[in-house]
Design a protein around this ligand. Structure first.
Ligand SMILES: *[C@@H]1O[C@H](CO)[C@@H](O)[C@H](O)[C@H]1NC(C)=O
Ligand SMILES: *[C@@H]1O[C@H](CO)[C@@H](O)[C@H](O)[C@H]1NC(C)=O
Ligand SMILES: *[C@@H]1O[C@H](CO)[C@@H](O)[C@H](O)[C@H]1NC(C)=O
Ligand SMILES: *[C@@H]1O[C@H](CO)[C@@H](O)[C@H](O)[C@H]1NC(C)=O
Length: 163
């Protein structure tokens, strides 16, 4: 093999061995694609995992968004963050818990991670959250006297059926 072709082979090998790491980005976000269905008042927590290289990314900011708007209102969302170092990478989990899930919580949510060093941003796919009204809500909020009248009404129905 001539020196020239072995040099070319050498460069080729370097190229294919570095290619996968070139494809891997500084920061990426991962979370479920499954659409979420809930009834109002039920609990809901969404989890997003941001994987980033501390060296290139620096500190990171991970947030959940609704139509590009970051969700920060502490009365409506509880945010929990934790992080684990895995080799030279870090995995940061961002959990968002809805304090009160209402029909208005319905929408398309996505997670975003921003490197504070470089501004490099990873924006995930949108997931659909569909919250429907609670059909039993009316009955649940009945007060004692109302409930009593419902009981009497049901009693009347059962007497009627027995007859
Ligand atoms: C964060 O905490 C949760 C619950 O304790 C755990 O399951 C998860 O692995 C943690 N994530 C990271 C990135 O440390
Ligand atoms: C939903 O949003 C509308 C308009 O912003 C508001 O008038 C209504 O009270 C909200 N409903 C609930 C259940 O939060
Ligand atoms: C939410 O689910 C209900 C019941 O299945 C459906 O009728 C409605 O179209 C859905 N809404 C959205 C915004 O996906
Ligand atoms: C509870 O009952 C009282 C009187 O019986 C009534 O005025 C009031 O509106 C009721 N409250 C609800 C939430 O239905």
């Amino acid at each position: 093999m001539s020196t020239r072709s072995s040099t070319a082979l050498f460069l080729f090998l370097i190229t294919i061995s570095t290619f996968p790491s070139m494809l891997k980005s500084t920061v990426q976000v991962k979370y479920s694609r499954d659409p979420v269905r809930r009834t109002e008042g039920q609990p809901l927590t969404l989890k997003c995992t941001a994987e980033y290289e501390e060296e290139n990314c620096g500190n990171i900011r991970v947030s959940w968004c609704l139509t590009s708007q970051e969700l920060t209102d502490p009365d409506r969302y509880l945010i929990h963050i934790n992080e684990t170092k895995i080799g030279g990478n870090r995995h940061r989990d961002a959990f968002i818990t809805f304090t009160q899930l209402t029909v208005n919580s319905t929408g398309f949510y996505q997670c975003k991670a921003v490197c504070q060093h470089t501004g490099t941003t990873a924006i995930g796919h949108v997931i659909s959250v569909n919250v429907t009204g609670d059909a039993n809500k009316g009955l649940k909020t009945l007060n004692r006297s109302d409930r009593h009248s419902v009981d009497v009404f049901l009693l009347a129905i059962s007497v009627f059926i027995l007859l």
